[in-house]
Design a protein around this ligand. Structure first.
Ligand SMILES: [Zn+2]
Length: 181
């Protein structure tokens, strides 16, 4: 009797597993796209970059951003740069090779480092600038004011990123490199 019960239980589990792993469950548990970033060429800004990436991971569901393993290629690379911060426009997809230049000019001017990181990564996620704009807008960038320390995207910016990744992986239509500030 015991063996028979185990067999029935196993059969029930086999039937129920596909239901648990159906599309609805996947949509809630797994992001549509996972991309990677590298900060090995901008180590003086690692703390800000880590915080800026965490902001995005905390606010969007359709894309997950992971730091790449040491020595591995990344879809988005931060590079320390003497100029003004700028980035190649996404939305970054797995296999891409986009760059963010973490510009020292804005650092020296006193702009918030985490806001710089999350703003520039907003470009990697496909968001254009929204200038001029208030501090509450992440993509208003420097026009939010030098004292603006808001590194969190607003509702419209979050919705736009969710839309960019809602369909899962798709090669970017725009293959030319577009650099935005
Ligand atoms: Zn910008």
């Amino acid at each position: 009797m015991l063996r028979r019960s185990v067999q029935v239980f196993a059969a029930t589990m086999a039937l129920s597993v596909p239901l648990l792993a159906g599309p609805a469950a996947l949509a809630e548990e797994a992001p549509a796209v996972t991309i990677t970033y590298d900060d090995s060429q901008a180590t003086e800004y690692t703390e800000a970059i880590t915080a800026g990436i965490a902001v995005w991971n905390d606010h969007v569901d359709n894309v997950q951003i992971n730091k790449v393993e040491a020595g591995q290629r990344a879809d988005v690379s931060f590079v320390a740069d003497p100029g003004w911060p700028r980035a190649e426009l996404g939305p970054a997809m797995p296999g891409d090779d986009l760059t963010i230049w973490f510009g020292k000019q804005a650092v020296d001017d006193g702009y918030n480092l985490t806001r710089i990181a999350s703003h520039e990564f907003g470009h990697s996620l496909g968001l254009p600038d929204a200038k001029p704009g208030p501090c509450s807008s992440l993509m208003s960038g420097s026009t939010g004011g030098v004292d603006c320390d808001n590194a969190v995207p607003n509702a419209e910016e979050i919705a736009a990123v969710e839309e960019n990744y809602a369909g899962g992986f798709k090669p970017r239509q725009q293959r030319e490199v577009v650099v935005v500030g």
